[in-house]
Design a protein around this ligand. Structure first.
Ligand SMILES: [Zn+2]
Length: 270
């Protein structure tokens, strides 16, 4: 019944596309099994690195960006072995993957925080579900999701389409760019997280300039195909830095759940 209702709603959204960039007919719990399977799929394809300074950096940045997002996800971060793939993603419910191939571009911990902030923002803003709602998912993928299939039960085309809609899009033949509106939201929100996490926001325009330079070359790395870097993007971020720094100067991480109860009223400052 729910699938039937959604088919009707999707039809309505197709009739009025301009108003629908932020509609989402895919609740978190419905995307959860797909997110879990897509994460394992990408991990199995590349293999992961589970020790060493790069791994530790990924874990450290993930922890800080997760706290800065204030989202109660089942956070996980993996460093995938793919030196020739400059890519990163964050699946619904906070499953982050950083490909080793993006580390030469991020160059330092703050650069990684900018990339991770951007990807986490896509997940927090539910861009995967919104994309599927907008009908940017291939027809065959849409049919599979509406039938309630898991990734393992889908044919290769449907599986690739769903993974691309959720933001993986690396090993698959389908490259599904996020809309300009979603990209720009993720840029700003991701930068906000990086600022809250204490990283230097000035790394953001520098990172996008490095991306723009790379995309001008012969090869087009995948993360660049789905995230077109540009001078205009770097410029926009440069303008937003002082605004966001001002907005976030009083931000403090939430204490872990449960700790608040141990602090008696009036105990702070004694
Ligand atoms: Zn993006």
């Amino acid at each position: 019944m729910r699938h039937l209702l959604r088919a009707f709603l999707l039809l309505l959204s197709a009739l009025a596309p301009a108003a629908c960039a932020n509609l989402n007919f895919y609740p978190d719990e419905e995307l959860e099994p797909l997110s879990l399977q897509a994460y394992e799929e990408a991990t199995n394809e590349h293999g992961q690195i589970t020790a060493g300074p790069q791994y530790e950096m990924v874990q450290r940045v993930a922890q800080k960006i997760a706290a800065a997002s204030e989202e109660d996800f089942a956070w996980q971060a993996r460093l995938l072995k793919a030196d020739d793939t400059p890519n990163a993603f964050c699946l619904p419910n906070g499953r982050i993957a950083i490909y080793t191939g993006i580390l030469p571009i991020t160059q330092n911990e703050a650069g990684l925080a900018i990339v991770m902030g951007h990807e986490v923002a896509h997940a927090v803003l539910r861009h995967g579900g919104k994309r599927m709602t907008q009908g940017t998912l291939t027809n065959v993928g849409l049919a599979a999701v509406q039938a309630g299939l898991g990734l393992t039960e889908m044919g290769p085309d449907a599986k690739n389409g769903v993974m691309a809609a959720l933001g993986v899009g690396a090993q698959v033949t389908v490259l599904l760019p996020f809309s300009r509106e979603h990209e720009s939201e993720a840029d700003i929100e991701g930068l906000r997280y990086a600022i809250r996490a204490g990283y230097d926001p000035n790394e953001a325009p520098k990172l996008w300039e490095r991306m723009a330079q790379l995309s001008g070359g012969n090869s087009t790395p995948e993360w660049l195909s789905t995230h077109p870097g540009s001078e205009a993007r770097a410029q926009k971020l440069r303008e937003m830095i002082p605004v966001l720094v001002e907005q976030e100067k009083g931000w403090r991480p939430k204490p872990p759940a449960g700790d608040q109860k141990q602090v008696a009223p009036g105990a702070i400052g004694k």
